[in-house]
Write a protein that binds this ligand. Structure first.
Ligand SMILES: [Zn+2]
Length: 486
């Protein structure tokens, strides 16, 4: 009897040993980040976790002391470090400065940005970069693209000067809208972008075709429409809060009458000139006549319709915060192609000394107030920059956006992280694959040397980046940065 008992004991021990070995074997050739503090946008901070990455995905997350790791894995000591999901810049333009595009993958990845949303440019040019990213998923950020800005006539980004490269198509009729979207659908765009010179009829057609093709539409509210109407027609998101100020003004009716006249374009201005002349004539007045009750009504509509916001606060406060005047900012120009870096440096220095017009201060305050109000209303926000417009260095500018959202707008650090991780993933219905530090997600991750929940600027303290399961350690990131500098 005791012999049988002993045999049973030995058998059990062997079984346990085998199963332990199997458990270790499962983790061979994995990346094991040991003893790290994880920050999931929904669940927050968890201390002392070990994260196992295999086959491009987060295979397992366990408490560090519950796991014995085999030496046949790549082990990263995460002690004292923080793991966040890979970041998104939800508003970029590969086609704004075409010579810049070849540097953008490296700039994004070395700054912890593992996904971007391109919000407008020549479709074949942007698709070229999207295809390159798809062919190199462990070395390039994921690219989601809108194709060109769908604009009316005269179109704003018409290629007439360096500040208005040909990012848009000028569509004369509703039929033009239809044929353009059919073409874009054939190129597999991920969303559509509506722009400021569209007529209401053209905008309605965009919304109808987007619905038919199950595409989201982002945009600037067209100058011919108010935000409530655009939102009620199903606009999924608004960039820069563009044209929101007029709908929130007590004298909106008067401004609409004036706008209708201005839109007749009697002076035959270019699209760019016409658009900025209208904003110059009306924005300042609209803000001075801000009406809380109207604003509440507008935001309640956006909330009801789930119209998200990409408030681009670093860009919107360009004239007041003047990030481009800072030494650390100007140093980032060394990462850009030579001629562009020098040009940005010269222009940044010239603009740094220019006096800030009073109206820009009011615009600044309206922005911070409005973004906080949008957030408090429960409307989702995505962090986007508009890089490489306005000396916004690709990559670095996303960290600036996060800093403004926390330090000036007043979002919590966790909410700012959400805006650059889980929210963009949700926007594209990718939240079951991306944007969280959870098992079975794609391993798009950033390891930080310090806690971003304590100080959002710690998102710049990057120790390593993981893209779809590939570890880009400090040496690899530095090599990429050196390559950009040479
Ligand atoms: Zn843009």
């Amino acid at each position: 009897m005791s012999l049988l008992k002993n045999s049973l004991k030995i058998f059990l021990c062997i079984s346990i040993l085998i199963s332990c070995q199997n458990e270790e074997l499962l983790f061979e050739n994995a990346i094991c980040i040991q003893n790290i503090n994880t920050i999931d946008p929904s669940d927050g901070l968890k201390k002392n976790q070990t994260v196992i990455i295999k086959n491009g995905k987060i295979h397992k997350i366990v408490a560090t002391d519950s796991l014995n790791l085999s030496g046949k894995n790549t082990i990263v000591d995460g002690t004292g470090k923080y793991l966040i999901p890979g970041l998104w810049d939800a508003h970029v333009h590969f086609a704004y400065i075409e010579e810049m595009a070849p540097s953008m993958f490296d700039l994004f990845l070395t700054h912890g940005i593992t996904s971007v949303r391109d919000t407008g440019g020549k479709v074949d040019f942007v698709k070229g970069w999207k295809d390159k990213a798809l062919a190199n998923p462990t070395d390039a950020p994921r690219v989601m693209m809108a194709g060109p800005l769908l604009d009316g006539e005269p179109n704003v980004y018409d290629g007439s000067d360096a500040a208005h490269p040909e990012l848009s198509v000028g569509l004369a009729t509703v039929e033009d809208v239809t044929s353009q979207i059919e073409m874009l659908v054939s190129k597999n765009v991920d969303l559509l972008k509506a722009y400021e010179m569209l007529t209401p009829e053209q905008f309605e057609q965009i919304m109808a075709l987007a619905k038919k093709n199950r595409l989201k539409v982002t945009g600037h509210v067209p100058l011919s429409m108010d935000a409530i109407t655009a939102s009620n027609l199903g606009l999924n998101s608004i960039e820069h809060m563009r044209n929101l100020e007029i709908s929130c003004a007590s004298n909106a009716e008067e401004l609409w009458e004036q706008r209708k006249k201005l839109l007749k374009n009697e002076k035959n201005l270019t699209g760019g000139e016409l658009r900025s002349s209208i904003h110059t004539a009306q924005r300042e007045i609209a803000i001075a006549n801000y009406d809380e009750e109207r604003a509440n009504k507008v935001l309640a509509t956006l909330k009801k319709n789930d119209t998200w916001q990409i408030p681009t606060q670093a860009l919107n406060t360009f004239f007041t915060r003047k990030y481009f005047a800072r030494n650390d900012w100007q140093e980032s120009y060394a990462l850009l192609p030579d001629t562009i870096g020098q040009d940005w440096l010269d222009n940044s220095k010239a603009l740094a000394n220019a006096e800030t017009p009073k109206a820009k201060e009011a615009w600044n305050q309206w922005n911070y107030m409005m973004v906080k109000k949008i957030h408090d209303t429960g409307i989702p926000i995505m962090a986007g920059t508009d890089t490489p417009i306005a000396f916004l260095t690709p990559g670095l500018s996303l960290h600036e956006e996060l800093a403004v959202l926390v330090e000036d707008v007043g979002l919590s650090t966790l909410d700012a992280l959400k805006a650059a991780t889980i929210n963009p993933a949700k926007y594209f219905s990718l939240h079951n694959e991306l944007g969280s530090v959870k098992e079975n997600m794609w391993a798009d991750l950033v390891i930080l040397d310090a806690n971003p929940l304590e100080n959002i600027k710690n998102t710049t303290k990057i120790y390593a980046v993981i893209k779809q399961g590939k570890l880009h350690d400090k040496d690899m990131l530095n090599a990429r940065i050196q390559k950009l500098k040479n």
